[in-house]
Write a protein that binds this ligand. Structure first.
Ligand code: UD1
Length: 360
């Protein structure tokens, strides 16, 4: 009797590590299956090392490709694993192609699915992740919602599985990594001063695959009157190279992708975050840093309602205005981080307890 945990991408590894550790603690047999969607050390291995997670039981080595290829190929490769190992339950975190393929392959073979980070919705079906998470939620037997909003979304969609409000495992790992983040030297290494710089990440196809959009976004962010540290995702690196965009003497400083601990340290010392990532919006919030969300819609509306996250898309005027607003209202903004809709840092404990009770 064991549980298969399907991971494949950077954010999935991060949000799964506290669950893996809790499973070890509660002696829940768990096999990690890495799909190989992310294969660069900087997007995969580094997080296992930094967060001291055990090596995956198996790596399916699927690699990059179109969404259809990736999803179908992961399903095919997973079938072999599932048929051989016959897990009691399959656990899928998040909304990536690896998570969708994991959920679909499992239900088609008759294995029950449990979904971590269930119920997040941005109501934009052009986003691959929105399609993925809706499909996963509707074929899962157990749904672990990170916030009240997420639970309400699931109930209003009348999902058939059992919904548990547990909190966010990303907050668990954020909290437990604080001491390590304190020791990080990244601020000195990059020669930065506290609260005197911004952090930028962008990797979504809809933003980076269009060179005109990408250039307009950089132009708007260059208006922020401060250094902007920009760890560049490999996909974005490829697009920058292909489109000939050079950030040369601008205030945007591209750097190679960084580890989780370094990112936490950067966030903690930054003044403002620009991102199109789902996870970074939350990590900025927990670091008490205002965030400009470079997307048309967000699944973390809790943060918009609290007035700490601003949805600007890649519209130059909105980015410039929101940046000005943040700068002009900084001390007021800093008072808006008092409550936390993402739980108490014990989501993983609750998840593993439910899993133990389920598989007996
Ligand atoms: C995926 C997830 C996204 C998540 C992101 C985190 C889906 C639909 N998207 O997007 O939700 O926020 O991971 O990073 O699953 N590449 C490398 N090395 C790697 C992996 C990718 O160079 O190890 C490059 C390849 O050119 C690849 C491109 O990045 O084609 C995109 O990778 P992919 O996994 O398809 O999507 P992400 O943009 O990373």
């Amino acid at each position: 009797m064991s549980i298969a945990l399907i991971v494949g991408t950077r954010p999935q590894i991060i949000k799964s590590t506290p669950v893996i550790k809790e499973a070890l603690k509660q002696r829940l047999p768990l096999q990690i299956v890495h799909t190989g969607q992310h294969y660069d050390k900087a997007l995969s291995q580094i997080f296992f090392e930094e967060l001291s997670a055990p090596e995956p039981f198996v790596n399916l080595d699927v690699g990059s490709g179109s969404h259809v290829f990736q999803t179908a190929e992961i399903m095919l490769r997973l079938e072999k694993y599932l048929v051989t190992e016959k897990p009691s339950l399959v656990l899928v975190p998040g909304d990536t192609n690896s998570a969708l393929a994991g959920a679909l392959a499992s239900v088609k073979l008759g294995f029950p699915v449990a979904h971590i980070e269930s119920g997040a919705r941005c109501y934009d079906m052009e986003m691959a992740e929105e399609v993925n998470r809706r499909l996963i939620d509707h074929c899962s037997k157990i749904l672990f919602a990170p916030t009240k909003h997420c639970k309400e979304n699931l109930l209003s969609e009348k999902v058939l599985g059992e919904v548990y409000l547990v909190g966010d495992t990303m907050f668990d790992v954020f909290l437990s990594s604080q001491q390590e983040a304190e020791k990080s030297k990244v601020i000195d290494e990059l020669n930065l001063k506290n609260q005197d710089f911004a952090v930028l990440t962008t990797h979504r196809a809809e933003n980076v695959d269009d060179p005109l959009k990408l250039r307009a976004m950089f132009d708007a962010i260059e208006n922020a009157d401060m250094t902007v540290i920009f760890p560049v995702h490999p996909r974005t690196q490829n697009r920058l190279r292909e489109s000939g965009i050079v950030l040369g003497d601008s205030n945007i400083r591209p750097i190679n992708p960084i580890g989780y601990i370094e990112m936490l340290s950067l966030l903690k010392h930054s003044k403002i975050v620009f991102t199109d990532s789902g996870g970074l919006q939350k990590e900025a919030f927990w670091s008490k840093v205002p965030c400009l969300t470079l997307r048309e819609k967000t699944e973390w509306n809790e943060l918009v309602e609290m007035g700490v996250s601003f949805v600007t898309g890649v519209d130059s005027t909105k980015i410039v205005n929101a940046t000005k607003y943040v700068n002009n209202n900084y001390s007021d903004l800093k008072t808006r981080f008092a409550s936390n809709p993402f739980g108490d840092g014990k989501a993983s404990e609750r998840i593993v307890k439910v899993l133990v009770e389920t598989i007996g």
